[in-house]
Write a protein that binds this ligand. Structure first.
Ligand SMILES: C[S@@+](CC[C@H](N)C(=O)[O-])C[C@H]1O[C@@H](n2cnc3c(N)ncnc32)[C@H](O)[C@@H]1O
Length: 242
Protein backbone atom coordinates (compact mmCIF):
# COMPACT_ATOMS: atom_id res chain seq x y z
CA UNK A 1 0.00 0.00 0.00
CA UNK A 2 1.45 3.36 -1.01
CA UNK A 3 0.09 6.76 -0.16
CA UNK A 4 0.99 9.91 -2.08
CA UNK A 5 0.12 13.48 -1.32
CA UNK A 6 -0.48 15.85 -4.23
CA UNK A 7 2.31 18.38 -4.81
CA UNK A 8 -0.13 20.86 -6.35
CA UNK A 9 -3.12 21.20 -8.61
CA UNK A 10 -3.91 22.36 -12.14
CA UNK A 11 -5.92 25.46 -12.89
CA UNK A 12 -7.34 24.78 -16.36
CA UNK A 13 -9.39 26.50 -19.04
CA UNK A 14 -11.59 23.36 -19.01
CA UNK A 15 -14.01 23.44 -16.09
CA UNK A 16 -15.66 20.06 -16.63
CA UNK A 17 -14.89 16.74 -18.28
CA UNK A 18 -17.18 17.32 -21.27
CA UNK A 19 -15.22 19.33 -23.80
CA UNK A 20 -11.82 18.54 -22.28
CA UNK A 21 -9.64 17.08 -25.06
CA UNK A 22 -9.07 13.33 -24.99
CA UNK A 23 -5.32 13.77 -25.13
CA UNK A 24 -2.80 16.48 -24.34
CA UNK A 25 -1.29 18.60 -27.16
CA UNK A 26 -4.41 18.13 -29.37
CA UNK A 27 -5.53 21.73 -28.69
CA UNK A 28 -2.33 23.78 -28.53
CA UNK A 29 -4.22 26.94 -27.48
CA UNK A 30 -5.68 25.29 -24.37
CA UNK A 31 -4.04 26.60 -21.21
CA UNK A 32 -3.39 25.60 -17.64
CA UNK A 33 -1.34 26.62 -14.61
CA UNK A 34 0.24 24.09 -12.28
CA UNK A 35 0.15 25.64 -8.80
CA UNK A 36 2.65 23.93 -6.50
CA UNK A 37 1.76 23.91 -2.82
CA UNK A 38 3.75 26.59 -0.97
CA UNK A 39 3.84 24.66 2.32
CA UNK A 40 5.85 21.83 0.71
CA UNK A 41 8.89 24.05 0.01
CA UNK A 42 9.31 22.78 -3.55
CA UNK A 43 10.78 25.95 -5.06
CA UNK A 44 14.36 24.64 -5.39
CA UNK A 45 13.04 21.54 -7.16
CA UNK A 46 12.06 23.71 -10.14
CA UNK A 47 15.61 24.85 -10.83
CA UNK A 48 16.62 23.87 -14.38
CA UNK A 49 13.08 23.06 -15.52
CA UNK A 50 12.89 26.31 -17.52
CA UNK A 51 15.41 24.77 -19.97
CA UNK A 52 12.84 22.19 -21.11
CA UNK A 53 10.05 22.81 -23.60
CA UNK A 54 7.65 20.12 -22.35
CA UNK A 55 6.69 18.42 -19.15
CA UNK A 56 5.02 15.17 -18.10
CA UNK A 57 2.24 15.73 -15.59
CA UNK A 58 1.34 12.72 -13.45
CA UNK A 59 -2.04 13.34 -11.90
CA UNK A 60 -5.15 11.89 -10.30
CA UNK A 61 -8.44 11.56 -12.22
CA UNK A 62 -10.16 13.07 -9.20
CA UNK A 63 -13.49 13.69 -10.96
CA UNK A 64 -14.16 10.05 -11.79
CA UNK A 65 -17.64 9.18 -10.61
CA UNK A 66 -17.67 5.58 -11.77
CA UNK A 67 -16.39 3.45 -8.86
CA UNK A 68 -17.07 0.18 -10.66
CA UNK A 69 -13.85 -0.40 -12.60
CA UNK A 70 -14.23 -2.75 -15.55
CA UNK A 71 -11.33 -4.55 -17.21
CA UNK A 72 -12.89 -4.06 -20.68
CA UNK A 73 -13.79 -0.50 -21.69
CA UNK A 74 -15.31 1.31 -24.68
CA UNK A 75 -12.74 3.87 -25.92
CA UNK A 76 -14.55 6.68 -27.78
CA UNK A 77 -12.56 6.02 -30.94
CA UNK A 78 -13.42 2.30 -31.05
CA UNK A 79 -16.97 2.88 -32.36
CA UNK A 80 -18.71 0.92 -29.61
CA UNK A 81 -16.18 -1.98 -29.47
CA UNK A 82 -14.45 -2.97 -26.22
CA UNK A 83 -10.80 -3.52 -25.33
CA UNK A 84 -8.72 -4.08 -22.19
CA UNK A 85 -8.38 -1.03 -19.94
CA UNK A 86 -4.58 -1.32 -19.98
CA UNK A 87 -4.64 -0.99 -23.77
CA UNK A 88 -6.32 2.43 -23.38
CA UNK A 89 -5.80 5.82 -21.76
CA UNK A 90 -9.19 5.61 -20.02
CA UNK A 91 -9.54 7.58 -16.76
CA UNK A 92 -11.41 4.59 -15.28
CA UNK A 93 -8.61 2.24 -14.27
CA UNK A 94 -7.62 0.36 -11.10
CA UNK A 95 -5.37 3.25 -10.01
CA UNK A 96 -6.93 6.42 -11.47
CA UNK A 97 -3.60 7.99 -12.42
CA UNK A 98 -3.10 9.97 -15.64
CA UNK A 99 -0.07 11.01 -17.65
CA UNK A 100 0.00 14.02 -19.98
CA UNK A 101 2.83 15.70 -21.88
CA UNK A 102 2.20 19.45 -22.00
CA UNK A 103 4.13 22.47 -23.21
CA UNK A 104 5.85 24.74 -20.69
CA UNK A 105 5.04 28.38 -21.49
CA UNK A 106 6.77 30.00 -18.52
CA UNK A 107 7.55 29.46 -14.85
CA UNK A 108 6.90 32.14 -12.23
CA UNK A 109 7.67 31.18 -8.65
CA UNK A 110 5.58 28.14 -7.84
CA UNK A 111 3.38 28.54 -10.92
CA UNK A 112 4.13 26.62 -14.11
CA UNK A 113 2.15 27.98 -17.05
CA UNK A 114 1.39 25.19 -19.52
CA UNK A 115 -0.51 24.70 -22.78
CA UNK A 116 -1.97 21.76 -24.69
CA UNK A 117 -3.84 20.41 -21.66
CA UNK A 118 -6.33 17.55 -21.35
CA UNK A 119 -6.88 18.19 -17.63
CA UNK A 120 -9.96 19.44 -15.82
CA UNK A 121 -9.71 22.44 -13.51
CA UNK A 122 -8.61 21.39 -10.01
CA UNK A 123 -6.79 18.19 -11.09
CA UNK A 124 -4.41 17.11 -8.28
CA UNK A 125 -0.80 16.70 -9.43
CA UNK A 126 1.34 13.87 -8.02
CA UNK A 127 4.56 14.63 -9.88
CA UNK A 128 6.05 16.50 -12.82
CA UNK A 129 9.01 15.39 -14.94
CA UNK A 130 10.75 16.96 -17.94
CA UNK A 131 9.90 15.51 -21.35
CA UNK A 132 13.15 14.11 -22.72
CA UNK A 133 12.89 13.63 -26.48
CA UNK A 134 15.73 11.11 -26.69
CA UNK A 135 13.98 8.82 -24.23
CA UNK A 136 10.32 9.69 -24.67
CA UNK A 137 9.97 10.17 -28.44
CA UNK A 138 10.05 6.74 -30.02
CA UNK A 139 10.00 5.73 -33.68
CA UNK A 140 8.91 2.43 -35.22
CA UNK A 141 5.98 2.05 -32.87
CA UNK A 142 2.65 0.23 -33.27
CA UNK A 143 -0.65 1.76 -32.17
CA UNK A 144 -2.84 -1.28 -31.64
CA UNK A 145 -6.56 -0.64 -32.15
CA UNK A 146 -6.22 3.13 -32.70
CA UNK A 147 -7.70 4.20 -36.05
CA UNK A 148 -5.24 5.51 -38.59
CA UNK A 149 -5.15 8.26 -39.73
CA UNK A 150 -6.17 10.20 -36.61
CA UNK A 151 -9.88 10.96 -36.22
CA UNK A 152 -11.45 13.38 -38.65
CA UNK A 153 -11.96 16.93 -37.30
CA UNK A 154 -15.25 18.81 -37.41
CA UNK A 155 -15.78 22.13 -39.14
CA UNK A 156 -16.49 24.90 -36.62
CA UNK A 157 -18.46 28.05 -37.39
CA UNK A 158 -19.66 30.97 -35.27
CA UNK A 159 -23.17 32.37 -35.67
CA UNK A 160 -23.24 36.22 -35.74
CA UNK A 161 -25.08 36.21 -32.36
CA UNK A 162 -22.28 34.15 -30.80
CA UNK A 163 -19.66 36.63 -32.04
CA UNK A 164 -21.68 39.45 -30.49
CA UNK A 165 -21.85 37.50 -27.21
CA UNK A 166 -18.08 37.06 -27.34
CA UNK A 167 -17.50 40.78 -27.87
CA UNK A 168 -19.90 41.66 -25.05
CA UNK A 169 -18.55 39.13 -22.54
CA UNK A 170 -14.90 39.57 -23.45
CA UNK A 171 -14.39 43.15 -24.62
CA UNK A 172 -11.03 43.37 -26.33
CA UNK A 173 -8.50 44.84 -23.87
CA UNK A 174 -6.50 47.58 -25.56
CA UNK A 175 -3.20 46.08 -24.48
CA UNK A 176 -4.17 42.51 -25.48
CA UNK A 177 -6.04 42.62 -28.82
CA UNK A 178 -4.95 39.03 -29.56
CA UNK A 179 -6.96 37.72 -26.57
CA UNK A 180 -10.21 37.66 -28.58
CA UNK A 181 -8.67 35.61 -31.39
CA UNK A 182 -7.00 33.26 -28.89
CA UNK A 183 -10.35 32.52 -27.29
CA UNK A 184 -11.96 31.85 -30.68
CA UNK A 185 -9.06 29.56 -31.53
CA UNK A 186 -9.49 27.72 -28.22
CA UNK A 187 -13.24 27.21 -28.84
CA UNK A 188 -12.57 26.12 -32.43
CA UNK A 189 -9.74 23.74 -31.48
CA UNK A 190 -11.85 22.16 -28.74
CA UNK A 191 -14.95 21.64 -30.91
CA UNK A 192 -12.98 20.34 -33.91
CA UNK A 193 -12.23 17.25 -31.82
CA UNK A 194 -15.97 16.50 -31.45
CA UNK A 195 -16.24 16.01 -27.67
CA UNK A 196 -19.60 14.20 -27.88
CA UNK A 197 -19.73 10.67 -26.47
CA UNK A 198 -20.03 8.04 -29.22
CA UNK A 199 -23.70 7.29 -28.55
CA UNK A 200 -24.59 10.95 -29.10
CA UNK A 201 -22.92 11.01 -32.50
CA UNK A 202 -25.16 8.35 -34.04
CA UNK A 203 -24.38 6.62 -37.32
CA UNK A 204 -25.74 6.89 -40.86
CA UNK A 205 -28.12 4.01 -40.11
CA UNK A 206 -29.05 5.23 -36.63
CA UNK A 207 -28.96 9.02 -36.36
CA UNK A 208 -28.47 10.55 -32.95
CA UNK A 209 -31.80 10.14 -31.10
CA UNK A 210 -30.95 12.96 -28.67
CA UNK A 211 -30.87 16.73 -28.96
CA UNK A 212 -28.33 18.28 -31.31
CA UNK A 213 -27.56 21.19 -28.98
CA UNK A 214 -24.67 20.87 -26.54
CA UNK A 215 -22.79 23.12 -24.14
CA UNK A 216 -19.43 23.03 -22.45
CA UNK A 217 -17.61 25.27 -19.97
CA UNK A 218 -14.47 27.04 -21.01
CA UNK A 219 -12.90 29.53 -18.62
CA UNK A 220 -15.98 31.24 -17.15
CA UNK A 221 -18.08 30.83 -20.28
CA UNK A 222 -20.72 28.34 -21.29
CA UNK A 223 -20.28 27.68 -25.00
CA UNK A 224 -23.51 26.49 -26.64
CA UNK A 225 -23.33 24.87 -30.07
CA UNK A 226 -25.54 22.97 -32.48
CA UNK A 227 -24.43 20.10 -34.67
CA UNK A 228 -25.34 20.55 -38.32
CA UNK A 229 -24.00 17.50 -40.15
CA UNK A 230 -20.23 17.57 -39.64
CA UNK A 231 -20.24 21.24 -38.59
CA UNK A 232 -20.39 22.51 -35.02
CA UNK A 233 -22.13 25.89 -35.13
CA UNK A 234 -21.50 27.99 -32.02
CA UNK A 235 -24.83 29.69 -31.34
CA UNK A 236 -24.50 31.32 -27.94
CA UNK A 237 -21.99 32.22 -25.25
CA UNK A 238 -23.06 32.96 -21.70
CA UNK A 239 -21.31 33.55 -18.40
CA UNK A 240 -21.33 30.57 -16.06
CA UNK A 241 -21.24 32.79 -12.97
CA UNK A 242 -18.37 30.68 -11.53
C1 LIG B 1 -8.54 9.97 -21.97
S1 LIG B 1 -7.91 10.87 -20.60
C2 LIG B 1 -6.21 10.97 -21.00
C3 LIG B 1 -5.44 11.65 -19.90
C4 LIG B 1 -3.93 11.48 -19.99
N1 LIG B 1 -3.37 12.12 -21.15
C5 LIG B 1 -3.57 10.02 -19.97
O1 LIG B 1 -3.33 9.46 -21.03
O2 LIG B 1 -3.53 9.46 -18.88
C6 LIG B 1 -8.44 12.52 -20.89
C7 LIG B 1 -9.84 12.73 -20.40
O3 LIG B 1 -9.85 12.58 -19.00
C8 LIG B 1 -10.85 13.38 -18.43
N2 LIG B 1 -10.23 14.09 -17.30
C9 LIG B 1 -9.30 15.06 -17.33
N3 LIG B 1 -8.98 15.45 -16.08
C10 LIG B 1 -9.73 14.69 -15.24
C11 LIG B 1 -9.86 14.61 -13.83
N4 LIG B 1 -9.14 15.39 -13.04
N5 LIG B 1 -10.74 13.72 -13.31
C12 LIG B 1 -11.48 12.92 -14.12
N6 LIG B 1 -11.40 12.95 -15.47
C13 LIG B 1 -10.54 13.83 -16.02
C14 LIG B 1 -11.35 14.33 -19.51
O4 LIG B 1 -12.64 13.91 -19.87
C15 LIG B 1 -10.36 14.11 -20.66
O5 LIG B 1 -11.02 14.18 -21.89
Amino acid sequence: MFQFEEIGYVESCYKERFGTPRQAILVPSSWGIIHLRPELNLQDGLEGLEGFSHLWVIFVFHQNTNKNIKMKVHPPRMQGEKTGVFATRSPHRPNPIGLSAVKIEKIEGLKIFISGVDLVDGTPVLDIKPYIAEADSLSETRSGWLPSPAAHRLEVEFAPEALLDLQRLRPIPQHEPERFLQLMQLIRGTLQLDPRPTFYKGTNEQPNPYTNVYGFCLENLNIVYRMEGQTALVIKLEETGK
